[in-house]
Write a protein that binds this ligand. Structure first.
Ligand SMILES: C/C=C(\C)C(=O)SCCNC(=O)CCNC(=O)[C@H](O)C(C)(C)COP(=O)(O)OP(=O)(O)OC[C@H]1O[C@@H](n2cnc3c(N)ncnc32)[C@H](O)[C@@H]1OP(=O)(O)O
Length: 715
């Protein structure tokens, strides 16, 4: 797990060996302790270089070992031993030095880095803090403000930035190990007194108290209830105000509370889930590791509204050639200006050359004839999309893949318009498409595994978290969201207000509440969908439609032209129209009072617990239905959709993980309670999978799949 060899006559080269990222498992820590001890006591060795196998220095502590009994030597004394060594120790950093990996490097006396390496202390993203001395050494090395930035955000820095900040001593484009060995030879006889970071004073700016106050306020605001960023600030504060040994005690104390917290468990679950969702499988048994994606160099986007423009930008950014088609001349001109502007701004921000020459704009559908993939992003209208798929089928060669960016329409209906339905897959982007990380890849019963593999691969190239899901109305995300939105409306009818519902959801950790979100997306979007479903009865107030409870509140607002932010009025007031700041609207309050009076509804006080239970458990319950039907392959898929697409607070792990933390029995009992009170609301009736899981003793989330007997079901 760590090997020691003698190189250049006097350099002990220690190589960490734990593929793929040389994580510091108990065996690796033991290997480091043993090899360092041997190197230090070997008279032939005058200096030491530590490197990682296969071009990666070290990805940090082994996250898979968290929560298990700790075996092997702990990190802190291991790093102290390295720092205390009387022979120079040089870290040769290639690939990544992250978390415990960077902390190990900070315990070395020198750091030599390859120009392509990335360094950082991302523990905060796992609900932890750099507790192997990182929170105490980094501020001593680079100062308090820069250390606070790195430790509270967990961001990775490039080698160039690391050099500028003073984290590393040298950057090389050549062999890092060779450069480190050469460097080690050159410092063999130099004093190490100033090289032991823990012995250095912590450089603090004059206004350090104000700095901590400001940063604490920012991390609390940004963290939306996350506890790790707060602990990170407190740990750096200890570095700035206490001697090293006491700072380390504080670091350990803060870590102890984080390590066993539910938030750390949720964030670590997200880390693994994010990677797990790329290992997709289909009802047919086709899998990610047995299906080769098609090679793709050229993609067409049809329809250059907001979504089409964002998709175009995301494709160009991924290095693809794009044919951007918009058949309306004026819309095309506007889109061309918008896409060019977005690409220019991105190039400027990222300091990369402008890639405008990779997009060709056209008003002719025929321009798509020579691409490998067409992504349709026209208006969300089934008739329009069907007609387009028919045209594409005759225009494009048989091997062209036809993807639709529909957010809810039946992929199979679109596939049925074509001669090659196996080539059709849904690619549901989220707005703004060049920024949002989520992509739902929707397979229909006839989609070919290769088409799914190509969509998943394309998503990966665009930097998306792609989740393969089955075909059903609203797919996974929007299908679950529908019940969340409905419950919010029912709560309004029963006496709540948009402000108090939104407040409860923001306190839970959402970036915005349900009504703010609806105003931002535009109330007319849902109105159109409900019209297509035959649910809207203009001017009607009836609260039962299609045999179940229905709230016409959203329709009534739309009938008044209140579409949300864009019209200046929705659930809130926006002054001027288009402003992003919601203000409570006295008109809406009167409107709700009149509505309740006309409906004979008696208003009652509704607390935030009920708001959360009804909105979130309704959404979670639908998640169980989705799992049971095989629309999502596992709870991780649903959770990643919610974390990356719907603002679900990552430190709560996603809706299904949250349910497991609340306790499945509790979720079941509350759903039963609310369903008893509201028997006309079918989505409050607990799913049979939830019942089954509870009756089998509420197994941990990792074992739910075993309980889902019924595999994937096609529509
Ligand atoms: C106290 C806490 C301390 C001291 C810590 O150090 S906490 C850990 C801090 N480190 C990190 O947060 C780094 C996490 N890893 C990454 O960011 C990335 O994996 C990477 C940048 C190191 C490499 O990225 P990439 O090349 O894209 O590869 P993957 O992300 O897909 O990872 C490959 C597989 O390795 C597994 N992995 C990665 N890091 C760890 C780790 N620290 N412990 C255990 N396993 C790790 C990852 O899950 C992938 O596994 P599979 O999905 O292929 O099974």
């Amino acid at each position: 797990m760590a090997a020691l060899t003698l190189v250049s006559g006097s350099v002990g080269l220690i190589t960490l060996q734990n593929p793929p990222v040389n994580a510091l498992s108990s065996a690796v820590r033991q290997g480091i302790v043993d090899t360092v001890q041997r190197a230090v006591s070997d008279p032939q060795v005058k200096s030491v270089v530590i490197c990682g196998q296969n071009g990666v220095f070290c990805g940090g502590a082994d996250i898979k070992e968290f929560g298990k009994t700790m075996l092997g030597p702990p990190l802190v004394p291991m790093i102290h031993t390295i720092e205390a060594a009387d022979k120079p120790v040089v870290a040769a950093i290639e690939g990544s030095a992250l978390g415990g990996g960077l902390e190990l490097a900070l315990g070395c006396h020198y750091r030599i880095t390859h120009s392509k390496a990335r360094l950082g202390l991302p523990e905060v993203t796992l609900g932890l803090l750099p507790a192997a001395g990182g929170s105490q050494r980094l501020p001593r090395l680079i100062g308090v403000p820069a250390a606070l930035d790195l430790i509270t955000t967990g961001r990775h820095v490039t080698a160039a930035e690391a050099l500028k900040l003073g984290i590393v001593d040298q950057v090389t484009d050549q062999s890092t190990v060779e450069a480190a060995v050469k460097f080690a030879l050159s410092v063999e006889v130099q004093s190490l007194t100033s090289r032991r970071i823990s012995t250095l004073p912590c450089p603090c700016p004059a206004d350090v108290d104000a700095l901590f106050e400001g940063v604490m306020q920012r991390v609390r605001q940004r963290g939306r209830g996350a506890i790790a960023p707060v602990a990170c600030v407190q740990a750096v504060q200890a570095a700035a105000t206490l001697p090293y040994a006491q700072g380390m005690e504080r670091e350990q104390e803060l870590m102890a509370t984080l390590f066993t917290s539910g938030q750390a468990r949720a964030l670590q679950y997200c880390f693994f889930s994010q990677r797990a969702v790329s290992r997709w499988s289909l009802p047919s048994g086709a899998r990610w590791d047995s299906t080769k994606p098609n090679p793709v160099t050229k993609v067409a986007v049809i329809g250059l509204g907001t979504m089409g423009r964002g998709i175009t930008v995301a494709l160009v950014q991924a290095g693809l050639s794009v044919v951007a088609v918009e058949t309306h001349e004026q819309q095309m001109m506007a889109a061309q200006r918008a896409v060019s502007g977005m690409l220019e701004r991105l190039a400027q921000r990222q300091g990369v050359p402008l890639a405008l020459d990779r997009v060709r704009f056209s008003t002719e559908l025929e321009a798509v004839a020579d691409v490998q993939i067409v992504i349709e992003a026209v208006f969300e209208d089934m008739a329009l999309k069907k007609q387009l798929f028919k045209q594409l089928s005759s225009l494009c060669p048989a091997e062209t893949l036809l993807f639709s960016n529909t957010s809810s329409l039946d992929i199979d209906h679109l596939a049925a318009q074509t001669d090659h339905p196996q080539q059709v897959v849904g690619m549901h982007f989220f707005a703004p498409a060049h920024i949002m990380k989520l992509l739902e890849v929707v397979y229909g019963p006839r989609s070919a595994p290769q088409a799914v593999a190509t969509a998943m691969e394309l998503g990966k190239r665009m930097g998306k978290v792609s989740v393969a899901v089955g075909n059903c109305r609203g797919f996974v995300g929007n299908r679950m969201l529908m019940h969340y939105l409905e419950e919010a409306l029912f709560l309004l009818e029963e006496g709540s207000s948009p402000e108090s519902i939104d407040q409860a959801l923001k306190e839970f950790g959402f970036p915005m509440g349900v009504f703010q979100m609806s105003d931002l997306s535009g109330l007319d979007v849902g109105w159109k969908v409900r019209k297509a479903q035959g649910l809207v009865e203009p001017g009607q107030m009836s609260r039962v439609r299609q045999g179940r409870r229905y709230s016409p509140l959203g329709d009534l607002l739309c009938e008044q032209g209140r579409f949300g932010q864009k019209t200046g009025q929705g659930w809130y007031l926006y002054d001027p129209a288009g402003s992003r700041t919601p203000r409570p609207d006295p008109w809406l309050q009167r409107f709700l009072e009149q509505y309740r009076a006309r409906q004979g509804l008696v208003s009652r006080r509704i607390d935030s617990e009920e708001v959360l239970e009804r909105c979130l458990y309704a959404l979670i319950n639908e998640g169980f239905h989705i799992l049971h039907e095989g629309i999502a392959a596992g709870p991780e898929d649903i959770d990643m959709i919610y974390v990356f697409g719907y603002g679900w607070p990552r430190h709560r792990g996603g809706p299904m993980f949250y349910a497991s933390q609340v306790g499945l029995a509790r979720v079941l009992q509350r759903l039963e309670h609310y369903h008893q009170l509201h028997p006309d609301v079918p989505h409050l009736q607990p799913s049979s999978l939830l019942r089954q899981l509870v009756s089998s003793g509420s197994p941990p989330i990792q074992r739910w799949k075993e309980a889902i007997r019924k595999p994937h079901s096609a529509l």
